[in-house]
Design a protein around this ligand. Sequence first.
Ligand code: SF4
Length: 347
Amino acid sequence: MHIIDKYTIPTGYLFTTQGSKGPLETLSIGDYGKRYNIKADFLGYHDEIAGVPNVHCMPLSEKWVVTLSTQYGCPMKCTFCDVPNVKWQGNATFDDLKAQLYNAISFFPECRYTERLNIHFARMGDPIFNPTVFEFARWMHTNKRQIAADTGLSIEVLHPVLTTSSPRNLAILEKRLLEWCEIKNEVYHGQAGLQLSINSTSDAQRDVTYQGLQSSLERIAGICDKLHAPVSRKYCLNFAYATGNEIDGDKMRKWFDPAKFMCKITPIHNNTASKANGIETVGGYDSFHPYREPERILKDAGFDVLVFVPSLDEEDGLVTCGNVVLGGSSLKYDEGQIKIHGLKRNK
Ligand code: SF4
């Protein structure tokens, strides 16, 4: 697949390619490790995060993250996301997904082994719409040797994560979520993730955030009741927390089972759409203050809670959700050096 643009960002590479229907955007990046950017009492990380330092990422041989676009643009219109600015042209094909993965691996030829490769179906598109994502996840699991033969990269643990906004107009949403849970629990024996984008416990607020294209919380909760107990990690309810969003512990307890679900809180990212729509997490990059109360409410409701804050390097490099160069997000980073332990790269 032809590479259109390749950008050096602090944590790796962001690149665009010419796919079968138009341009796609992909990330191939490192990760800091939990001690720098999360607070999760249930995992033993108790420090409140007051800004995340722009340190070097762990070596890619320990953890590597690839974020794939699953659609050309996105039929959802989340108000905190730049992807809807990209011309909608349908689902990515199997070859589009595979080519993004292989290109992402090819940018670090010196890394021939990784303990963990996370594949996030999250850049452009809501992956729940695209049945090929499910086929591709199954294929990756049974073809790790083929991937190694094709790319030169041996992968110990391959961990795919599907994130969805639970579209209202997808009649087979339940069927798709059940299928992903089967992939997580049975195909990957727990080594896969499911994240449901919730953001607020108020359907009225969610109507604004997702412009009415999301399912009601009642529908999501009804489906969640039918999901089998997770193997290994719990399913994740994701709160990209905008200042003023409602997080109601009683509603959460009524709708979701803390034995099956954990909660993740992140800031709203500072992209073009969020700025235009006046959505922000006031002080969310420098202080733990905005997260303290939502964390307490969700913990009191019985949930394991993880607060994740990106670094400014990650924010400036457009690694965070809702950013997409193809949709008008602009890179703020121009130093050109990748900060990953064991690598020394310049533009
Ligand atoms: S956040 Fe995800 S689902 Fe929403 S518009 Fe952006 S890409 Fe689509």
